[in-house]
Design a protein around this ligand. Structure first.
Ligand code: ADP
Ligand code: ADP
Ligand code: ADP
Length: 214
């Protein structure tokens, strides 16, 4: 299966992607996680991305699209993948359409996670992320780790992402509305979009998502 997850920052895309990828036996590909891994490794790509991410803006397409294609071309993604955070604007969506076409593939669905803005703000304000691997995500009240400040998955240190501040979140939400939401219409025209509510417990949302993707 080839699936795209869409939703505002803090909707729970990463959290759901981890469970969905496991259930569907496809790799979870998050461009945000890829950028953060590059930043912590000090790569050239990480250096190019950092200032845009800190400001809550999109990293330029020239950097992002190449990185996404490289990742989707890895052997583990041959049978499908779950994209989280990509595409994030219409030109990335068009680039993905073209790439898939050239590969003789197509998307099976676009899962749109709907969450009210006040809930998104609460989720982001309490989000704690693992320094070793930013796909390991917790929340100070909604899903606290066993031990304060320590990742349950790998024992890494939990921290608050630099772009999870109130000011940057506001900017990221603006960017979501102006640049990312239009991809939903792009995919509606292809008949691919299923929208679910991302409110409620994590496992309830996963159940809803699995049902919607059937
Ligand atoms: P969230 O999960 O809160 O939506 P992400 O981890 O997906 O955050 O993204 C964090 C930041 O990484 C974005 O604000 C943006 O700067 C950058 N980013 C991630 N994916 C993309 C993309 N597809 N295109 C451009 N920038 C991206
Ligand atoms: P995104 O990838 O869309 O930015 P995350 O998966 O990182 O979102 O989730 C944002 C924050 O909300 C995290 O702290 C996560 O633990 C928490 N969270 C995820 N799903 C839920 C849920 N169903 N209810 C409450 N909090 C949630
Ligand atoms: P209650 O059990 O008090 O009725 P809920 O279970 O609906 O409340 O959850 C209260 C808040 O915690 C909601 O924002 C919900 O999205 C969030 N939440 C519930 N379960 C989880 C979970 N496993 N991980 C993260 N957030 C969760």
């Amino acid at each position: 299966m080839r699936i795209v997850l869409v939703g505002p920052p803090g909707a729970g895309k990463g959290t759901q992607a981890a469970f969905l990828a496991k259930n569907l036996k496809i790799p979870h590909i998050s461009t945000g996680d890829l950028f953060r891994a590059n930043i912590s490794q000090g790569t050239e790509l990480g250096k190019q991305a950092k200032a845009f991410m800190d400001a809550g803006n999109l990293v330029p397409d020239e950097v992002t699209i190449g990185m996404a294609k490289d990742r989707m071309s890895k052997p583990d993604a041959e049978g499908g993948f779950l994209l989280d955070g990509f595409p994030r604007n219409v030109s990335q969506a068009v680039a993905l359409d073209e790439w898939l076409k050239a590969e003789g593939q197509q998307l099976d669905g676009v899962l749109d996670l709907e969450v009210p803005e006040d809930e998104v703000v609460k989720r982001i304000a309490g989000r704690r992320t693992c320094r070793n691997d930013s796909s390991h995500v917790f929340h100070v009240t909604y899903s606290p780790p066993e031990q304060d400040g320590v990742c349950d998955v790998c024992g890494g240190e939990l921290y608050q992402r630099g772009d999870d501040t109130e000011e940057t979140v506001r900017r990221r939400l603006e960017v979501y509305h102006s640049e990312t939401e239009p991809i939903i219409d792009h995919y509606k025209a292809q008949g691919l979009v299923v929208t679910i509510s991302a409110l409620g417990k994590v496992d309830e949302v996963t159940r809803r998502a699995m049902e919607a993707l059937k």
